[in-house]
Design a binder for this molecule. Structure first.
Ligand code: SAH
Length: 466
């Protein structure tokens, strides 16, 4: 796992193991990241691809003061929860870190994670069993993969942790197979035209990443070529070849991203073929989706998620509803016909533009979408005296801000529905929401939007105390 380039951390007397030591131990726990835990005198050693109940012989690879990492040399006893993995790269790549664990056990791991994180902040909560998928693979409707020039050809795959070498991979396991096939097709076309690959060291080259998004119902395909140059050489011929090879293609976009950061997409797009958006359907509503817009990656569970959130909210035809962190308007527009009015706020302007188009597409007249920072907009609404009955929030992993929670409390909705993709920030925010005069209504419901990965999605309903 470690390479020579990584400086070995200082070894202290406190650690009961040393680097390269071999030992046999029982795996007693599994971390939220899916690593097995072995303990030596209460000192934890983390091991990838090791499940609770297993007995393994390990080699210690890295030693720190309070914990160490190891790798399995031999498995002496196997967990009944273990499943054979299609290819070992799925775990080491980080693509599907839980793929070695039976699906039922994954669902329970996620449920228990919410229980434990709430306990840590002093809250005892009821958590439902995690709602899972029937077929928990090949669900992703979008992927962005890095491109490198290796062994004389353009290569797509993943970076092994701590390395700049790309490990080639064609079957990403979690993607819609048509997406994996399209990645290979586009890569090979670029290769045939001698497209150069961006090199971090020399700061030269054209292509950096390939993105593919495919509508689950519509089968419309978008391909994004993320490049460090505004144009590709041989561009017209490349476009013609891609168009000919991908019959589902509705949108081919060059996304210019010359920046030296790990933000994958730039903000400058040029349509090379077709339209700037593709369309798909959620709960019979049509959505136009632009290249830079957030769109839920698991279309099957998204419908379950939105239906569950709407049902838990107990919507009434007289309700004014806020949809905060609204993306392209999916939550607000799917509930618009159940309420009086929907108002959404989202910080990415092109996503708000998509939301406005989506309103018209679905003939929704009682919605409004505003491009702004959600906490700032909530403050404004509070100052204007807005009194919504229901507030939905669906923030990114960093969760809500104290300012936003105060503004919601100031508007005093009866119902505050928190859709979370990170139970650690959910638990943190829950403490403040409860302090602001709300209580948790019923149980928290986890829902598996990301099978085989460590991501945990859930819906929590807070009710204002009388
Ligand atoms: N509800 C939508 C989007 C959820 S993802 C859906 O289900 O598809 C979270 C969204 O929050 C993203 O669209 C992101 O652009 C947006 N976002 C991130 N930070 C924000 C902020 N400070 N204010 C408003 N929106 C923000």
């Amino acid at each position: 796992m470690t390479t020579n380039k990584i400086k070995a951390p200082r070894q202290t007397k406190k650690a009961p193991v040393v680097k390269n030591q071999e030992l046999i131990g029982e795996v007693v726990d599994i971390t939220f990241q899916g690593l097995g835990v072995i303990k030596v005198d209460n000192y934890p050693i983390f091991v990838a691809d090791a499940l609770p109940g297993e007995e393994i012989k390990i080699g210690v690879t890295r030693v720190l003061q309070n914990y160490a990492f190891g790798r399995t040399i031999e498995r002496l006893k196997t967990s009944p929860d273990r499943v054979d993995v299609a290819h070992g790269q799925l775990i080491t790549s980080g693509i599907a870190p839980l793929v070695n664990l039976k699906y039922d056990a994954q669902l329970e791991l996620k449920r228990n994670q919410i229980v434990q994180l709430f306990k840590k902040v002093g809250l005892d909560v009821d958590v439902d069993p995690t709602i899972g998928m029937e077929t928990p693979s090949k669900y992703r409707n979008k992927t962005v993969v890095p491109v490198k020039f290796q062994d004389g050809h353009l290569t797509t795959g993943f970076y092994r942790r701590g390395s700049h070498n790309l490990v080639p991979i064609d079957d990403y396991y979690l993607n819609d197979p048509k997406i994996d096939a399209a990645i290979g097709t586009v890569r090979d076309i670029l290769d045939a035209h001698g497209t150069t690959v961006w090199d971090d060291a020399t700061k030269k080259g054209e292509i950096r990443y390939i993105m593919v998004r495919r509508g689950y119902y519509s089968h419309e395909m978008m391909v994004g070529l993320i490049t460090a140059t505004r144009e590709l050489h041989d561009e017209a011929a490349i476009v013609a070849d891609i168009v000919a090879a991908l019959p589902e293609l509705k949108s081919l976009i060059l996304n210019y991203n010359p920046r030296q950061t790990n933000v994958l997409l730039g903000s400058e797009n040029r349509v090379l073929f077709g339209q700037s958006t593709i369309q798909d359907t959620i709960l019979a509503n049509k959505f136009n989706i632009g290249l830079n817009s957030f769109y839920q990656v698991n279309p099957q569970t998204t419908e379950v998620l939105y239906s569950l959130a709407a049902k838990k909210a107990g919507l009434k035809l007289t309700d004014t509803v806020i949809d905060a962190y609204s993306g392209i308007g999916t939550i607000g527009l799917t509930v618009a016909n159940q309420v009086k009015k929907v108002i959404g706020v989202e910080v990415v302007e092109p996503a708000v533009a998509d939301a406005k188009v989506n309103m018209a597409l679905n003939n929704v007249k009682n919605a409004e979408f505003i491009a702004n920072d959600a906490p700032a907009q909530m403050r404004e609404w509070q100052a204007e005296g807005l009194k919504p009955e229901v507030v939905f929030v669906d923030p990114p992993r960093k969760g809500l801000t104290p300012e936003l929670i105060e503004a919601v409390a100031g508007m005093a909705p009866e119902t505050f529905v928190y859709i979370s993709c990170n139970p650690a920030t959910l638990a943190r925010d829950a403490v403040q929401i409860l302090e602001q005069g709300f209580e948790i209504d019923g149980a928290i419901t986890p829902l598996d939007q990301f099978p085989q990965t460590t991501h945990v999605e859930s819906v929590t309903v807070f009710k204002r105390k009388a």
